[in-house]
Design a protein around this ligand. Structure first.
Ligand SMILES: Cc1cc2nc3c(=O)[nH]c(=O)nc-3n(C[C@H](O)[C@H](O)[C@H](O)COP(=O)(O)OP(=O)(O)OC[C@H]3O[C@@H](n4cnc5c(N)ncnc54)[C@H](O)[C@@H]3O)c2cc1C
Length: 444
């Protein structure tokens, strides 16, 4: 049996390694268009911020070790098109320019996503960056480390934009964050939580501009100014972080079912609308554990998990992914924030009968050093009180509490059960009633 996998990072490599472990005799071929495989983009903001020096630390498994397992890895090879009838892919060797065809019995598409570039005039000026690929990180850091770069403008206050804010502040830059929506992270967090994040950004001297649209960059060869619908600002360096789009344009003619944004629709087995063709990661949907819908939430967590499930299925098993909760965390300067399940905004859009509770509490006892505020929001079913989602923001110990909520949402726990759940207690870590117990007990 021959398996071809397009894309060799989180989803593709997880699938390849798992499939090879189960089906030792299968021929597994990976085509990856860049020169790096098995690495984690999640570390890029911290590499850029010089939290660590060696970009190789982003690599999870070295290519040599992966090849030793018998997986045939071809870097600098781009798949140009796919013939689903004859089960062939057309591949270009980007080093030699040679094009050739290869055949498969089973195929996985794990091509990830690319940064969306909004229609901004002069977007190709020097010192305008995106942050998605390995090379993006190297180039952005190289530019940011220059002493001449003082004014940094970040466009887009999603996860990546906010993480790069911290990186640039650490490098001593003046940072302006421009967001088209009326608040930061509007797709992931509700307003009670983003209000706290925004306060923190302002407190840390980030120049936050919301409800503002970037129209144009000014400059001869290098960017000098960012022009919006509300003003014009000096800029030595600009980062565009306005979301991602699945890398699926090359599949247009295949008839594979996709969402409007180009995300490949997969079922719980990771299979596409064409039998024997699988997909996972940033180029594909995921089944949502709460709504049961096919959603597009591009995260490393699901790329790895659905990738591994696809690997099992490529090897002949029939296993399903139990569903994403969109669990995600972000550091906003000195704050930690995390979310899981559905937000209130999502509950409204779905017309659910829901209730919410939002509490302010403390992370631990006051007599042990390090007490901080912690804020918890729960979204739960109005009649059954089953918890549908949650969000937490605070400092020490805030983010990892979301994992309790993820388990609660997944297991359909009620607020009553969470209120009495036997969570741990010792003075340096919590209070006798943890903030999660308190939030659930306040819920009516
Ligand atoms: C800055 C940043 C921070 C992030 N932080 C987090 C985080 O903290 N937590 C989290 O859960 N997620 C995070 N993510 C998201 C996470 O990195 C992605 O969800 C994950 O990398 C997706 O893996 P993937 O394998 O689907 O796609 P990718 O990692 O994008 O890999 C796809 C690969 O396919 C290759 N490819 C594309 N087209 C072709 C083709 N036609 N032929 C051959 N090869 C092709 C590409 O070159 C690419 O290497 C972050 C992402 C970024 C950019």
């Amino acid at each position: 049996m021959k398996i071809i996998i397009i894309g060799g990072v989180a989803a593709g490599m997880s699938a390849a390694v798992k499939a090879k472990k189960i089906a030792k005799d299968a021929e597994i071929v990976i085509y990856e268009k860049t020169d790096v495989v098995s690495w984690g983009a999640c570390g890029l903001p911290y590499y850029v911020g010089d939290f660590f020096k060696d970009s190789n630390q982003l690599i999870a498994r070295p290519i040599g070790k992966l090849r030793e397992t018998g997986i045939n890895i071809n870097i600098n090879h781009e798949v140009l098109s796919l013939d689903v009838k004859n089960k062939t892919v057309k591949v270009k060797n980007l080093e030699t320019g040679e094009e050739f065809e290869d055949t498969y019995d089973k195929l996985m598409i794990a091509t990830g996503a690319s940064s969306i570039i909004p229609p901004i005039r002069n977007v190709k000026l020097k010192n305008v960056f995106t942050l998605k690929d390995f090379k993006d990180g190297i180039l952005l850091k190289e530019a940011a480390l220059k002493g001449s770069v003082k004014e940094v403008v970040i466009i887009g206050a999603g996860f990546i934009g906010i993480e790069v804010v911290e990186a640039m502040k650490k490098l001593g830059k003046n940072v302006k964050l421009i967001q088209l929506d009326e608040r930061v992270l509007p797709d992931s967090f509700d307003k009670e939580i983003t209000d706290i994040m925004e306060k923190e950004l302002v407190k840390q001297k980030v120049d936050l501009h919301v409800s503002e649209m970037v129209k144009e960059f000014e400059g001869e060869s290098r960017v000098l100014k960012v022009v919006t619908d509300k003003g014009s600002y000096n800029a030595d360096l600009v980062l565009i972080a306005t979301g991602v789009r699945p890398n699926t344009a090359f599949l247009k003619e295949t008839g594979i079912n996709m969402l409007e944004n180009g995300a490949i629709v997969i079922d719980e087995f990771g299979e596409t609308s064409i039998k024997g063709i699988y997909s996972a990661g940033d180029c594909a949907t995921a089944n949502h554990a709460v709504t049961k819908e096919n959603v597009y939430i591009p995260l490393a967590t699901t790329a790895n998990k659905i990738g591994r499930t696809v690997g099992e299925n490529l090897a002949g098993e029939r296993n399903s992914f139990q569903g994403t909760l969109g669990s995600a965390a972000v550091k906003v300067m000195e704050l930690e924030a995390a979310r899981t399940g559905i937000s209130e905004n999502e509950a409204i859009k779905k017309g659910l009968e829901y209730k919410t509770v939002f509490i302010s509490d403390k992370n631990q006892t006051d007599y042990y050093p390090g007490q901080e505020d912690i804020f918890v929001k729960l979204i739960y079913d109005a009649s059954t009180r089953v918890i549908l989602g949650g969000q937490i923001v605070g400092k020490k110990g805030a983010v990892l509490r979301i994992d309790v909520l993820a388990a609660a949402v997944f297991m359909k726990m009620t607020t009553h059960q969470l209120g009495m759940l036997d969570l741990c207690y010792a003075p340096p870590f919590s209070r006798t009633w943890d903030a999660l117990n308190v939030a659930a007990n306040v819920a009516k």
